[in-house]
Design a protein around this ligand. Structure first.
Ligand code: ATP
Ligand code: MG
Length: 365
């Protein structure tokens, strides 16, 4: 999606991806085939490009730093920020130290640590692998003391445990750091099931003061971030209307995909403007907008064939974004659908409509 946004800006995008003919290849100028943390690949990018950025946390901050020094090519966001974010414990500590409100958490390196931490924090809680988790993989809910051993065994490595937040809603704010500019997109409500993002709607159905507070917390988060770019900031709205930070992604984020249709500047265009040092675009919303993810609904890994597209496209305004991944497996993110509404559209109705719109879509034969 960065590639789709690059061409109109006159930016040539050079991508690296381990898969030949990767999903981004059709919309990029060229692809270097190589692992996300392969230093030779990153060096080739650094030698050929004017600026380096990443849209996956698997990028290697050490390699990025060395390539920046060797080639003089700037890297945005700053590799140090990537390093901080890669480790959920380091990330939370850094933000807590900066005064950003976060759920209570403890470092845990063994089942005994976990038991002791939960004597203190109480049950239920969320155990999280410090590194490498995404889409809920690497997270294990701990309901009661009997779960402690098996929960830790499921992670079996450096972890953190967090008090379970009985949230009213989940919210997200896409923040952007430009060349001396700071801005935030309108607040998005995010709906997760089985810890995976399913749908979004903006405006969020939160009281205005809560949305205002969410943008304020997002700005405080941006103060801690180094380097230009778009940052996905995931938040909890508690039952008291407080905002707590869940986590940050140092890149355009799934909860901001709706901005392609829903805002005057998409998060992808904004990221490109930011990392290349162009002026940021307005973050103003065009209209209330909902989105729904297309997740793999098959049991076995198989060649991806999406059925039901015609039925979807018969619906006015429904916009399909197919990511071009060749294989599908259960709960893999394969694409999304966006539904922009009228200026006075009700967010609740819009999110119900987008859910209805994606119902015919399936990978099952
Ligand atoms: N402390 C918590 N209390 C309640 N629910 C939580 C907590 N932490 C995480 N969750 C739930 O699990 C979801 C995924 O958690 P988290 O964002 O930590 O995982 P992730 O795998 O890194 O996510 P992703 O890659 O999808 O953003 C959250 O969006 C939320 O629904
Ligand atoms: Mg998350």
């Amino acid at each position: 999606m960065l590639g789709e946004a690059a061409a109109p800006l006159g930016i040539d995008l050079l991508v690296s991806d381990p898969t030949p003919d990767a999903p981004a290849a059709p919309v990029a100028r060229d692809q270097v085939v190589g692992a996300f943390d392969d230093e030779a690949t990153i060096r080739e990018l650094g030698e050929r490009a004017d600026v380096l950025t990443f849209e996956i946390e698997l990028a290697d901050p050490d390699a990025l730093e060395r390539v920046r020094e060797e080639t003089g090519t700037p890297v945005h966001p700053h590799p140090e920020t990537l390093r901080t974010i890669q480790d959920k414990l380091v990330q939370k500590r850094r933000l807590q130290d900066a005064g950003v409100p976060v759920p209570e958490f403890r470092a845990v390196d063994s089942a005994d640590d976990l038991g002791a931490a939960l004597d203190d924090l109480g049950y239920p809680a969320m155990l999280k692998a410090r590194e490498g988790g995404y889409d809920g993989r690497g997270n294990v809910p701990v309901e009661n003391p009997a779960d402690v051993e098996s929960a830790f065994a499921a992670i079996d490595g450096p972890a953190m445990v967090e008090a379970f937040v009985d949230f009213e809603r989940e919210l997200a704010v896409m923040g952007c750091l430009g060349d001396g500019e700071v801005d935030t997109f309108p607040v998005t409500e995010t709906i997760h099931e089985e810890e995976i993002l399913r749908r979004t709607v903006s405006p969020a159905r939160a009281p205005p003061a809560v949305s205002e507070r969410a943008r304020e917390v997002a700005r405080d988060v941006l103060d801690v971030m180094e380097g230009r770019g778009v940052y996905g900031i995931e938040l909890f709205e508690t039952s008291d209307g407080d905002i707590l930070l869940n986590e940050i992604a140092p890149r355009p984020h799934n909860s901001g995909h709706w901005t392609v249709e829903g805002c005057h500047t998409s998060q992808f265009e904004q990221h490109l403007r930011a990392v290349t040092g162009l002026p940021l675009g307005t973050t103003e919303r065009r209209c209330p907008t909902a989105s729904a993810n297309l997740l793999g609904d098959v049991d076995e890994r198989q060649k991806a064939r999406l059925h039901g597209v015609e039925e979807l496209l018969e619906r006015d305004r429904s916009a399909l974004h197919w990511y071009g991944k060749r294989e599908v497996y259960r709960l893999r993110k394969m694409g999304h659908v966006t539904l922009p509404g009228d200026g006075d559209a009700d967010p609740g109705a819009l999110v119900r409509s987008v859910r209805e719109a994606v119902r015919p879509l399936t990978f099952r034969n």
